[in-house]
Write a protein that binds this ligand. Structure first.
Ligand SMILES: [Zn+2]
Length: 501
């Protein structure tokens, strides 16, 4: 009884301890599971599959070790049979082979049984594993068909959009014509068949090789301008543009007015140009050329005219006493041309090589006044006040001079001294070309030594009207107008009528 009690107590103790252990085990287990959930179900699955693979691998290794003697024997046997067949012919070889198989099977009875025992389940395991593995790798995907060809499988449409963007980056120009909308089919593929954006973009580019070419692009201010299949075409064109400007402006200081880059890449065939059309595209507008020229420039320095007033000479008198001379200034000038248009001029230095000489002019200030004869007759100054005009000889002048001589440059305009009618136009040896105007009231004026006469007999003229030009015809020593005033047929001193003494 005492023993029984002791047994029961002991049993209770044992059961209690076991229960406690079981509870502890469960607590630990659930904690571990919670942890697994925390690190993610998929990680958990990975761990399981890793374990699973290790077990399978170990099993296969074990089986292989067990069955290898059999395969060694089989190999040996085959080699033997082949040797025999070589020496004794094919039929004999086959016979030998079947004999050897029998021998081998007898010899390896134990192994064959082992092989069947181990290999069959192992094969089954492998088959199941492969199936499971395949199925677990198989995934739903979009089959991307582009230009009628399957170019890849993607997990979602975003990959195609990313691929299109990559095409944009890899190809210069408007890619709309190659990155056309794809056709999608939903299909089952292995995970490793899925394409990423980069791979897909390359596939799109490959399928577009009929419109794309690998080459070099020319960029002006980061803007694409043209492309060529080789870099030299672009480099040589740029050099020749510079060389032409250098030659044209005789300077080495030529640069482009924009940043110019040459980059390799994929370009559309119609963007590729040869040397000639590359140059045609690189106009001044596309690629400005800046040329800087430093040159020596000689410039005249104008002279000043200094007038000296002289009241002993009549108004209109003007004579140069010292002729002016231009000076010379030599400058070093820096000129900047953009496409041949000068945009900047800077005088770096300048010096006066020759100083100008002032022109000295004497100007008459004595006023010529008008004279009234009567209500409708007064004489105005008959010679234009251009250049010099002065009285070179007065009436009388100790030589019975019948008029006044007004010296003036050859061709100076002669005006009618008053209104009237031309009554004679003629030429004589002493007066030369001369004419007479009748002013009425018994008054006439005569104009002699003219180089030209612009009046005819009977012509009516107004006071101040141009009638002739100063000359030196007839008895004359230089260009002047000899004017006479005739009152009732008598040649009188014209001075008072002209307002001079
Ligand atoms: Zn005279």
């Amino acid at each position: 009884m005492k023993n029984l009690l002791s047994f029961v107590l002991h049993l209770c103790d044992t059961v209690g301890a076991f229960t406690l252990d079981a509870v502890r085990f469960c607590v630990r287990g659930s904690k571990a599971f919670a942890g697994l959930v925390k690190i993610g179900f998929f990680k958990f699955l990975t761990l399981i599959s890793k374990f699973y693979n290790n077990v399978v691998f170990a099993s296969l290794k074990y089986v292989a070790n067990k069955v290898s003697p059999f395969f060694n024997a089989l190999q040996e046997m085959l080699e033997k049979s082949v040797r025999h067949a070589r020496n004794n012919g094919f039929v004999s070889g086959v016979a030998k082979f079947s004999k050897e198989i029998k021998k081998c099977l007898n010899k390896n009875k134990k192994t064959v049984v082992r092989v069947v025992n181990y290999v069959a389940p192992a094969v089954a395991v492998v088959v199941i594993l492969v199936a499971v593995n395949m199925l677990s790798n198989v995934t739903f995907a979009f089959e991307v068909k582009y230009s009628g060809e399957t170019i890849g499988y993607i997990s979602d449409e975003d990959v195609f959009n990313q691929a299109s963007e990559l095409v944009n980056k890899k190809v210069e120009g408007d890619v709309s014509e190659i990155a056309t909308s794809p056709v999608y089919n939903i299909t089952l593929v292995n995970a490793d068949q899925l394409s990423d954006a980069d791979k897909l973009s390359n596939a799109i580019i490959e399928r577009s090789s009929d419109v794309l070419t690998k080459g070099y692009g020319l960029y002006v201010n980061n803007r694409f301008v043209t492309a060529a299949t080789d870099k030299a075409t672009l480099d040589n064109t740029l050099s020749s543009i510079k060389a032409e400007a250098e030659k044209k402006y005789s300077t080495k200081d030529v640069e482009f007015g924009a940043t110019v880059d040459v980059k390799s890449g994929l370009y559309f065939n119609d963007q590729i140009r040869d040397a000639k059309s590359t140059k045609a595209v690189l106009t001044a507008e596309t690629l400005p050329v800046i040329t800087t020229v430093t040159e020596t420039v000689d410039k005249d320095i104008a002279y000043k005219t200094v007038q000296t007033r002289d009241n002993t000479k009549y108004e209109g008198y003007s004579r140069v006493s010292v002729y002016g001379k231009k000076g010379l200034e030599r400058s070093v000038v820096r000129r900047v041309f953009v496409n041949g248009v000068e945009t900047e001029t800077e005088v770096l230095s300048s010096e006066v090589i020759k100083k100008p000489v002032d022109e000295q002019v004497i100007i008459g200030t004595r006023v010529v006044s008008w004279i009234s004869l009567n209500d409708n007759a007064k004489l105005s100054w008959p010679v234009a006040k251009v250049g010099y005009t002065y009285i070179s000889s007065y009436y009388g002048a100790g030589r019975n001079h019948t008029g006044i001589d007004i010296a003036a440059p050859m061709g100076t305009q002669i005006y009618a001294a008053a209104a009237g009618t031309v009554i004679s136009v003629e030429y004589t040896g002493s007066y030369g070309q001369h004419f007479v105007i009748d002013h009425g009231n018994g008054m006439k004026t005569l104009y002699a030594h003219c180089s030209r006469m612009d009046v005819t007999v009977g012509q009516k003229v107004e006071m101040g009207e141009g009638v002739a030009k100063v000359g030196s015809t007839g008895k004359s020593t230089g260009p002047h107008l000899h004017i006479e005033v005739i009152i009732n047929g008598t040649k009188v001193n014209p001075a008072p009528y002209l307002g001079v003494k």
